[in-house]
Design a protein around this ligand. Structure first.
Ligand code: SAM
Length: 220
């Protein structure tokens, strides 16, 4: 007999009311988010809020993003299943786990080493084998694994980091929250003829992208 998943109905409600009802229509994205157990990625203190319509703290002053924002950003990549994707800002690993169901290979970078280590352990525990986690400054990308069909930045950038544009494949898509530290616009770009064509999706608020091609860390 299979064990009953006590979170399955919460997940279904999240997908129906927070995502589909607000316009997320990519069936593969909806299916992936119906499957990935968000409760495994939240801080245990917030377990009862795992399917809230909000971002939640994950320690080190960082957050797991709001489910709707994860869906909007994932849908913008228009993944079909055979892509190599780079994520900047691993955080809890939730976004990477969603991507892992939709792309062939995922590379994800987190600047806070303990968060990267925790996610690596969790992926091993969960049997997620197509994601590689590294701890470094993601604004410089991952040149050894480039080019990427999709790049997703899950922290607020002052502008699109140039190395990421360089590491994007021709025809590839990039999603980046760009703005100041208080408010950003979600920029969706596609590389055509070596140049990035962009459009603005929605307003958003993310923690800062700190690094050489992001914001400077004031503590240094
Ligand atoms: N995608 C994450 C998830 O699913 O939980 C949420 C990411 S959280 C909003 C943003 C993350 O970006 C933080 O964990 C932060 O440490 C990380 N970050 C900020 N600047 C970075 C950089 N230059 N390189 C890599 N990670 C960075």
């Amino acid at each position: 007999m299979t064990e009953r998943d006590p979170y399955a109905s919460l997940r279904k409600e999240m997908v129906n009311f927070q995502l589909a009802a607000r316009g997320i229509s990519d069936a593969r994205v909806l299916e992936a988010m119906r499957e990935v157990p968000r409760e495994r990625f939240v801080d245990p203190v917030y377990l009862s809020r795992a399917y809230d319509d909000s971002a939640l703290p994950i320690g080190w002053g960082q957050t797991i993003s709001q489910p709707y924002m994860v869906a909007v950003m994932t849908e913008a990549l228009d993944l079909k299943g055979d892509e190599t994707v780079l994520e900047i800002g691993t955080g809890s690993g939730y976004q990477a786990a969603v991507l892992a169901r939709l792309a062939r290979r995922v590379f994800t970078i987190e600047r806070i080493e303990p968060l990267a280590a925790r996610t690596r352990d969790l992926f091993e525990e969960m049997g997620i084998g197509n994601v590689t986690v590294r701890s470094s400054d993601g604004t410089q990308g991952w040149p050894e694994e480039a080019p990427f069909d999709g790049i997703i930045v899950t922290a607020a950038a002052p502008s699109v980091p140039l190395p990421l544009v360089e590491q994007l494949a021709e025809g590839g898509r990039i999603v980046v929250p760009v703005g100041d530290l208080a408010f950003q616009e979600l920029l969706i770009g596609r590389k055509k003829g070596g140049r990035l064509e962009t459009r603005v999706s929605t307003g958003c608020v993310f923690v800062p992208l700190i690094g050489r091609f992001g914001w400077q860390d004031e503590r240094r």
